[in-house]
Design a protein around this ligand. Sequence first.
Ligand code: SF4
Length: 470
Amino acid sequence: MSSKRVDVAANAAAFIDKDDIHEPFHDEHLWAARMKRDAAARAVPEWEALRDLASQIKAHTLTHLDHYLELFEANATRHGAKVYWARDAAEHNQHVLDILSSRNINSVIKSKSMLQEECNMTAFLETRGITVTESDLGERIQQLDNQPPSHIVMPAIHKTAGDIAEIFAKAIGTDPNNADPQYLTEAMRQDARQRFLKAGAGMTGANFAIAETGSFVVCTNEGNADIGASVPPVHIASIGIEKLLPKVQDLGIFIRLLSRSALGTLATQYTSHFTGPRNGGELHIILTDNGRSKRLGLPDFWHSLKCIRCGACMNTCPVYRRSGGLAYGATYSGPIGIILDPTFDESKYSELPYHSTLCGSCTEVCPVKIDISDQILKWRKVMAEKKYLPISRRLAFGAAGKVFEHPGLFHGAETAASAAMKITPHFLLYNRSLNPWGRHRELPHFAKQTFREWYLQYKQPDKEPSPKEL
Ligand code: SF4
């Protein structure tokens, strides 16, 4: 994978400037999901208690992960599954390849798995002659358009129905002028059916893995994981080691939180439990670390491992909604991406922590109470200390720090900036290179009097300002 620094601002600008349709459409749909989430959460009186409990269960599990992983392995093995361990993406992909090659399987159908995305598994298998077909509708759209998912729950949310009609027309011969969602979905359903029947193996991820039973749970709205796990004779499940929960009784808390947070629905259409292989089939489980142990050792960032991939922080984020998920240039986008991606490659994702307003909305909606906005701020500190910032920004932030440290300097700068604004010619003030902020907005005029000046003038009780003076 290239470690060239992701220029997230340029990528976002490309999405916003594309036309007048995509960015407003994206913003509107994600905000609608956020509104539905709020309504669903309000309807559960014990919502905050559920969030607290979920956060505590995750904290407990993560701080006793070795115990629960071994317990899960023992119980899954007892039920007839074969469990593998993968330290990183290379080991994960090799296990998959070995399972497929030893059974002469050259066609796989898979449901959505962010872990498999992280491991770049599809490209790895395809270069070795194995056909991989995504069965989730959104993922399939992205696969046919040769793009990664732009959202962890709604992978093609940045595309309009017209975009999808064009892609399907080229890939499966549908009418390019028919963008009716039902027509397009039915066409893809018919295409996918054949692939399910021909596939030698079905692959899934897992939303939760239960240590006390050795079972795992996959939540989908299309049932694609179920058919993938039921029709081909071999089922391979990739499970990140942070997906563990101690007991079955814990699951109810997370199931209640997951779909309400993601889409504002009471539950996903399918919540499927897998315990051992089905009759006559094989079940292979790959427990994968891929940087999670390292993240667990980061005092400021280990809470990110509590994430249940609901996408609520993305739906609410004003920056994500306007810039599109592909702008982040990473497996994970939005607020959760900002705090996860640098743990894979600090240099490559060093710009991501600045792609946030720090408004804190992500932290407010997170069902497992991850301190997302605090972590974003801490990542900025890491990036500044390790000098990943461009020199121009380091100098500017350094100068701003000095000004804010000294009240005298600050007041002098206020006066100077106010005077400079009045005399600077418009073409210089709104120069595209010197002032990117001014490209899309007018700078506000300075008030005639600063708050400090006003306060000093009126601080005596006998000198209250009249409404006119205010
Ligand atoms: S960080 Fe929280 S809100 Fe964001 S995807 Fe993860 S669980 Fe959901």
